[in-house]
Design a protein around this ligand. Structure first.
Ligand code: NAD
Length: 355
């Protein structure tokens, strides 16, 4: 049997302001997994469990830290009584694990979540599904995003997609003077749970779509949408009205920011900017950035209803209200001469500071 490393209950690493970080080796799987808790000021730290193959385990831990921080701001800006956290399971290979291998990873992660006594609540994220949440729920109650038939709020991605679409309308009004997306050229990078639903909504709204995914099987989805299929390497640089990063973080980086061909960036991915300083570069280039944690809050709003028992209709209403929040943030950024990212942060901080 593979030797099991003792859990590392780390003090906050230099350069981070998190409350807690736990990194451990799964007893069954031998895989590295981490939970980062950024803040519990407003409530328990909620954030999805990402199952992903990283080049190095340290990259997974860094991802958890970065994403957890984003969740604090997301929940605060969305007006939810939740803190920010994130889980990462480092997958052994790029091929999604299945069967017993997958179960071992999920059960190990479940034990890790349970050991945090509710300070962290997990949910679905990139690489995990509502069915995975059922497996995790077999060993801990601190799980959301269960399928509806298990009393959960189900897949959050329709709400996330609706919220991103709503944010796009606000950004379009700001940039083009009309919120209509009819005839707008939209590039969607990442045709997963959210990207595909976003694409369908945008196609219905009359947008002209170009889509990409590293998974070439998704080409069939593009065909059903009547969307152009573009290479995932060059997607972000494609000339368009709106770029929607809907894959993993860091889509916008120092290497491509000058080559971006869009007027608006508005997508579902968390941490779209590889470096927050890029928000200034985008503003200097006249590109309107709808902050990711504002645009993609629909999913957490839906998950929140599992904890606070409100209806699906109310969750959708709140997701659609992201149009108003985004409009307010863009207006504030313009008025106060700051980036939309700073304006969104200020909105969240105002809430965090009130308590
Ligand atoms: P998903 O795993 O279903 O889809 C991600 C898709 O991106 C996959 O099809 C994958 O093949 C593709 N992909 C990965 N790297 C790529 C690349 N470099 N270029 C193009 N495609 C690439 O995940 P999802 O649930 O759709 O979430 C997408 C993003 O939105 C993630 O960053 C996630 O954290 C964020 N998000 C999701 C939700 C939600 O409700 N699911 C909520 C908030 C934020």
């Amino acid at each position: 049997m593979k030797p099991v490393a003792a859990p590392v209950r780390s003090a906050v690493p230099t350069g981070h302001d998190h409350e807690e970080l736990v990194v451990q080796t799964g007893e069954r799987s031998g895989a590295t997994m981490a939970v980062a808790i950024h803040s519990t000021t407003l409530g328990p730290a909620l954030g999805g469990a990402r199952l992903w193959c990283y080049l190095r385990d340290e990259d997974g831990v860094s991802d958890a830290l970065r994403l957890a921080r984003g969740m604090t701001f997301k929940a605060a800006a969305a007006g939810l009584d939740l803190g920010g956290g994130k889980g990462v399971i480092c997958a052994p290979s790029t091929e999604p694990p299945t069967g017993a291998e997958r179960e071992a990873l999920l059960l190990d992660f479940s034990d890790l979540v349970d050991s945090l006594d509710g300070r962290y609540i997990t949910a679905e994220d990139v690489g995990t599904t509502p069915d995975d949440m059922v497996v995790i729920a077999s060993r801990t109650p601190h799980v959301t995003g269960l399928p509806a038939e298990r009393g959960g709020a189900g897949d959050p991605s329709p709400f996330t997609a609706a919220g991103v679409h709503a944010a796009m309308r606000a950004a379009a009004l700001f940039a083009f003077g009309t919120s209509s997306l009819e005839g707008r050229h939209v590039v969607i990078a990442g045709l997963g749970h959210v990207g595909e639903k976003l694409a369908r909504g945008l196609a219905d709204a009359g947008a002209i779509l170009a889509v990409s995914d590293i998974d070439s099987d998704k080409r069939a989805v593009a065909e059903t949408l009547g969307a152009q299929w573009i290479d995932s390497e060059s997607a972000v640089e494609t000339e368009c009205d709106i770029l929607a990063p809907c894959a993993v973080g860091g889509a916008i980086n120092h290497g491509n920011v000058e080559a971006l061909g869009c007027r608006i960036i508005c997508g579902a991915a968390n941490n779209q900017l590889a470096d927050e300083a890029l928000a200034t570069t985008l503003a200097d280039r006249g590109i309107v950035y709808a902050p990711d944690f504002i645009a993609n809050a629909g999913g957490i709003i839906n998950v929140y209803r599992e904890l606070h028992s409100f209806s699906e209709e109310r969750a959708m209403e709140l997701a659609l209200a992201i149009e108003t929040t985004t409009a307010q943030i863009l207006a504030r950024a313009e008025r106060e001469g700051m980036t939309p990212l700073d304006a969104a942060r200020d909105l969240a901080r105002e809430r965090l500071d009130v308590l």
